[in-house]
Design a protein around this ligand. Sequence first.
Ligand code: MG
Length: 285
Amino acid sequence: MSDLNFPPLESGVMFWAGRDPAETIAELKGMDFRCGQLAIPGDLDLSCAVEWREALRAADFTVYTVFATFSGESYADIPTVRDTVGFIPPATRAEREKRTCDVSDFAAVLGAPAIATHIGCVPHDGGDEAHVAVREMVRRICDHAAARGQKFALETGQESAAVLLDFILDVNRENLGINFDPANMILYGTGDPIEALGLLAPHVMSVHAKDGDWPPAGQPDALGTERTLGEGSVGMERFLRQLIHIGYQGPVAIEREAQDPAERIRDLATGLELLAGLKQSILKG
Ligand code: MG
């Protein structure tokens, strides 16, 4: 994304709605963030959109993606993700489609140019019932978003780059792309993220800077472990170099989902410093 008024690879932040908007933004501004991606809890009352818009304007903070998440999702292990996350579970498809469209309406109030979500583990077989149903859902959501001038980004990681690429081509909507998360590829064991980024390059709308380690050997159901940026297996310098190589110009949103708020803030600050240092050394070299 190059239509935002920031230098290429501006460090942004992935953060959550749910607390007071002005306080939330003040905390991020205090850390020197100027932009980010706002995640919406599944049970959040979306009537707070105007309050968010006003708080963002007052603080001159840009939200360039609004992420939909859903009540009932669990990331405990890979089978649980498959059963609970995104658009795959049949019982919640209708309500989650409506919720995603409601989040698109919320994003429109904020003036955000994109929405995003984890759609779950896309089935490999194009003839599979879930594949067809989810493809149709994604088409309808793309059309809803397009009518509001928005892109729709699929969070990566729960399938290989090749499967995701096939799915995007199958959906066949101009405003569909991906939010590339290099750590998820590792956490789910779905492939080398730097290689995947090359394959998915034309479809990258936004990216996360997140780090993590591969799942333990011999435990096919286990997820890997999220780490502080720079301490996992992604290789942040390699990641930034690949972003530059593919011509990505948008912000890089640091994502850290630590349970302890103090740890999260500390890790965001560490991530910010790491990215600033790497960008400086890459640009020099
Ligand atoms: Mg992510």
